[in-house]
Design a protein around this ligand. Structure first.
Ligand SMILES: N[C@@H](CCC[C@H](N)C(=O)O)C(=O)O
Length: 286
């Protein structure tokens, strides 16, 4: 099968985007892994498949696969690339579109400065949403928000869902020196997270600025993680470390995250603004 694709990136988190609007497309986990393979395929962190909207009021649906072949619920940087793709391919002339993912409907807005703002929905803190098994564990609390120590790991984690699961730790000192590649996989696959977790490492620079690295579930460390940035900022705000609007410096670029959860209520949506770019288009025989 010959497949046309567009390679895109948002703050260095990269995607292979496939248009399945005209005809349904089913990719096997093996084909997804091949597309994601940086040596034997195209190479990307996630694969995004665009499909027609399936419910009233939704412009498109999209499916997200980690380069491991597993389907996931949410992808912040992918959402921004999605709206750029729709505009560049003339699929809609709207500046704001509504898109359905596996477990949410997102609103994506193409801004005049070329960046994209996404309403990422509300964070969720109940452990079943990740899921996270905290039975028998004893949390510490900072500003009324819980930090969890996990067996065998020398860290404390804020756990929350942005539609997908996140465990965020605050690092002291330079995040470049954090043990992302050694501790990250241990957090990701810890038995307390039955569906695994994205592991974030956050350095607080000031109340409005953080540096962030994320060891993503099934994809390893990426140059940026949009949902990870939202999760880190929400955790930082709940811990009393950050204000409502925060600049997030990831290794591949900057994202602006806004959350008014402490002033208007915890179910306030998180807004993410950042870049999205097409890198090249191509065709691959699968
Ligand atoms: N890169 C993404 C997140 C992709 C999914 C994640 N690896 C998971 O398994 O939940 C983002 O920008 O949010």
């Amino acid at each position: 099968m010959k497949l046309r694709f567009t390679k895109m990136q948002g703050a260095g988190n990269d995607f292979v985007v496939i248009n399945a609007l005209q005809q349904p497309l089913t990719l096997t986990p093996e084909q997804i892994r091949r597309l994601g393979d940086r040596r034997f395929g195209v190479g990307c962190d996630q694969i995004l498949v665009i499909e027609p909207g399936k419910v009233a009021g939704v412009d498109f649906s999209y499916r997200i696969f980690n380069n491991s072949g597993d389907e996931v619920e949410h992808c912040g940087n992918g959402a921004r690339c999605f709206v750029r793709y729709v505009a560049e391919h003339g699929l809609s002339d709207k500046r704001s579109i509504r898109v359905q993912t596996l477990n949410a409907v997102l609103e994506l807005h193409l801004r005049d400065d070329g960046r994209v703002t996404v309403d990422m929905g509300a964070p969720r803190f109940e452990h079943a949403a990740l899921p996270f098994d905290s039975s028998g564990l004893c949390a510490s609390s900072r500003n009324g928000f819980e930090l969890w120590p996990l067996e065998g790991l020398n860290c404390e984690l804020a756990v929350l869902s942005m539609g997908n699961p996140h465990a965020v730790q605050v690092v002291s000192g330079d995040v470049d020196a954090a043990p992302v590649l050694t501790l990250g996989p241990l957090v990701e696959a810890h038995r307390r997270f039955p569906r695994k977790v994205n592991a974030g490492f956050m350095q607080i620079v000031s109340r409005s600025e953080i540096r962030l690295r994320v060891f993503e579930r099934d994809a390893g460390e990426t140059l940026a993680c949009g949902t990870g940035a939202c999760a880190a900022v929400v955790a930082g705000i709940r811990l009393g470390l950050l204000d409502e609007c925060v600049e997030v410096h990831a290794r591949g670029g900057d994202l602006k995250i806004e959350w008014a959860g402490l002033s208007v209520g915890l179910s306030a949506p998180v807004f993410m603004t950042g870049p999205a770019q097409t890198v090249f288009e191509g065709e691959i025989e699968l």
